[in-house]
Design a protein. Structure first.
Length: 172
C-alpha cells in the first residue's frame, strides 16, 4: 500500500507534463530554482541516455555488431558490450559538461531566474492534485490503521533511540 501511495504522487508527473516544462512546473509549485532545475535535469537524463544508447546500437549494428549473439559469462558479456557502453558513457559526460558550461555562461544561481513560459493551473489540474493528495492520505492511513484493535490505534513506526554512551561504558 505504501508503494501505491508513492505512485499516486510520483507517476502522474512525468506522464502528464511536457519534459520541456518540468522546471517551470516545479518552480510554479514553490520549489527553488536550483532544486527545480536539478529535478528537471534528472527527469530528462534517462530518456536522453536511452536515445543515445539506441543511436549507438544502430551505429554498431551497421558495423556488424550483433548484440543477440553475445556468449560467455557475465564478465565476458560486459567486456563485449564495451563498444556500446563506452560511447554512451562518454557522451553523457560530455553532455553534462556542456550543460555546466551553459549554466555558467548564463550566470545560473546568481539572480532570480525568469522563464519564457508561464504555467497556470486549470480547474482540472487543481482537481487532480487534490485527488492525488487525498488518495495519498487515504492509503497512508489505511496502511497504518490497526483493524484488530477495538480502540483503532494508529500504528506508526517510531524507532527507539538508544544513547551510545549507555552501552559503551568501560567496566572498571
Amino acid at each position: 500500500m505504501r508503494n501505491i501511495s508513492i505512485a499516486l504522487l510520483a507517476v502522474p508527473i512525468p506522464y502528464t507534463t511536457d519534459p520541456s516544462q518540468f522546471g517551470i512546473a516545479f518552480k510554479g509549485m514553490g520549489i527553488s530554482d536550483k532544486i527545480s532545475y536539478a529535478i528537471d535535469l534528472s527527469l530528462r537524463f534517462l530518456p536522453t541516455t536511452v536515445r543515445d544508447f539506441r543511436t549507438t546500437l544502430d551505429a554498431q549494428r551497421a558495423r556488424g555488431f550483433e548484440i543477440d549473439k553475445l556468449r560467455g559469462g557475465i564478465f565476458t558479456k560486459i567486456a563485449r558490450m564495451a563498444p556500446m557502453l563506452v560511447p554512451v558513457v562518454i557522451g553523457s559526460i560530455v553532455g553534462a559538461e556542456d550543460i555546466i558550461s551553459a549554466m555558467e555562461l548564463r550566470c545560473f544561481g546568481v539572480g532570480k531566474r525568469t522563464w519564457l513560459i508561464e504555467l497556470y493551473a486549470r480547474k482540472t489540474d487543481r482537481l487532480l492534485i487534490t485527488a492525488g493528495i487525498a488518495g495519498f492520505i487515504a492509503t497512508l492511513f489505511s496502511t497504518s490503521w490497526d483493524i484488530s484493535s477495538k480502540q483503532g490505534h494508529y500504528m506508526f513506526y517510531i524507532p527507539r533511540v538508544y544513547h551510545l554512551s549507555c552501552y559503551n561504558r568501560i567496566p572498571l
